[in-house]
Ligand binder design. Structure first.
Ligand code: FAD
Length: 377
């Protein structure tokens, strides 16, 4: 027998778990389906840490959204009784005066009158002796930046979604969906379900589910590495070491985190291998991937060239051509919402995106302008 719901959410990673929670907390009958059992390490939301920052260099339009995200992450910590989902460390942004990173940080600060601190190069070594930027680089500190614990954030959203009555099916893959009148029917490896609305929050698998009707996404493999940092351990901990981003050459960025349980994690932003099929993708980082990461990180931390590697992982960015998000209904299908806020920088917004998507689905309008995330922008 086919079971019916108000909304079916396909994919229960960062975006799907938050959306299922916000829908269920507003009383909607929700079915969430995932091919694995999130939090897992097969998609885009694993690896112990995700940066959150307020001086949004990509575009100032994200600032109100990240401000709402800070509120909702704090609320999630309380509602789920999960402290330290979000930790503030400050964020050190490094780059030359004309770099997109430094220009963008200044633009966000000016447009939204946000606090920031310029650290003169003469004082950088004294404040943050761990960093060795090249001559002439600017250093701007975002006092609100920090990091999230992605696995625990997803688990918290899922547990609250379930507590509010959402039905969550794990280890069940969606094979196909069709529109039926103004609703949808979804066929999985285990059965068929109907609903008024469908959310495709499938991360790097989203193109498989959108088919020809969807926007063009490209998936990019990222290599993340954990190293053993040198010297005194305490200078690398969250109390002393901020999250950082550095544009060491035009458009080439690295980022990293304080020392956590798996080691000191850092990576290159973008420039990964293109992925054409998630089914047979190589999920281990090879010597070539890791050498590239070491070389880039050595631009700021010379010791990384020889540092012991503690751990490595691959993860996937789902990019649009302008590296912004997609939150929109498929053309001609007002019952099918595509949720793809990634392009390598979406996690921090997951809670606010979940709230917005619940508003779009239940109220037909949102408290934030989502037109920049339209498919036909
Ligand atoms: C290495 C790396 C570093 C990043 N760093 C940051 C950062 O510092 N800050 C930041 O804000 N963002 C960051 N991001 C981006 C951020 O992590 C992503 O935007 C976000 O995690 C995407 O979440 P998602 O829900 O779209 O995808 P996912 O969390 O991958 O969820 C998709 C889910 O859909 C399920 N699914 C797919 N197809 C099907 C199907 N047919 N049937 C059933 N289930 C299905 C999958 O199993 C999966 O659980 C980073 C990403 C990566 C890879």
């Amino acid at each position: 027998m086919i079971q019916t719901y108000d909304v079916i959410v396909v994919g229960l990673g960062a975006m799907g778990s938050a959306t299922a929670y916000h829908l269920a907390s507003r009383g909607a009958r929700v079915l969430g389906i995932d091919q694995f059992a999130p939090p897992h390490d097969q998609g885009s939301s694993h690896g112990e840490s995700r940066i959150i920052r307020q001086l949004y260099y990509e575009h100032p339009l994200y600032v109100p959204l990240v401000q709402r995200s800070y509120e909702l992450w704090r609320k999630l910590e309380q509602d789920a009784a999960q402290p330290n989902l979000l930790r503030i460390t400050g964020g050190l942004m490094l780059g030359h005066e004309t770099s997109g990173l430094i220009q963008g940080v200044r633009r966000a600060a000016e447009e939204h009158r946000l606090p920031f601190e310029e650290i003169p190069s003469s004082r950088l070594q004294e404040r943050f002796p761990q960093f060795m930027p090249s001559a002439g680089m600017r250093a701007v500190l975002d006092p609100e930046a920090g990091f999230l614990d992605p696995e625990r954030c997803i688990a918290a959203h899922l547990s609250l979604a379930s507590a509010h009555g959402a039905e969550l099916k794990m280890g069940e893959r969606v094979i196909e969906w069709t529109t039926v009148g103004d609703g949808v029917r979804v066929r999985t490896t285990q059965g068929s379900y109907e609903a008024g609305k469908l959310v495709l929050a499938a991360g790097p698998w989203v193109s498989e589910l959108c088919g020809n009707a969807g926007p063009l996404f490209s998936v990019e493999k990222q290599t993340v590495a954990w190293f053993q940092p040198p010297g005194e351990r305490s200078i690398w901990t969250p109390e002393r070491f901020p999250i950082f981003m550095c544009e060491f050459e035009d458009g080439q960025l690295i980022y990293g985190f304080p020392l956590l349980s798996r080691g000191w994690k850092a990576a290159v932003h973008y420039q990964g291998e293109a992925v054409t099929n998630m089914r047979d993708v190589r999920r281990t980082a090879d010597a070539h991937d890791l050498a590239r990461v070491r070389t880039a990180l050595a631009r700021l931390f010379d010791w990384v060239k020889e540092a012991p590697l503690l751990n490595s992982e691959t993860c996937f960015y789902t990019n649009t051509t302008d590296l912004q998000f997609v939150v929109d209904f498929l053309p001609g299908m007002p019952q099918v919402l595509v949720s793809s806020p990634c392009s390598g920088h979406g996690f921090k917004f997951a809670c606010a995106i979940g709230e917005l998507q619940a508003q779009l689905l239940l109220d037909g309008k949102t408290s934030f302008d989502v037109s920049p995330f339209r498919i036909d922008r």
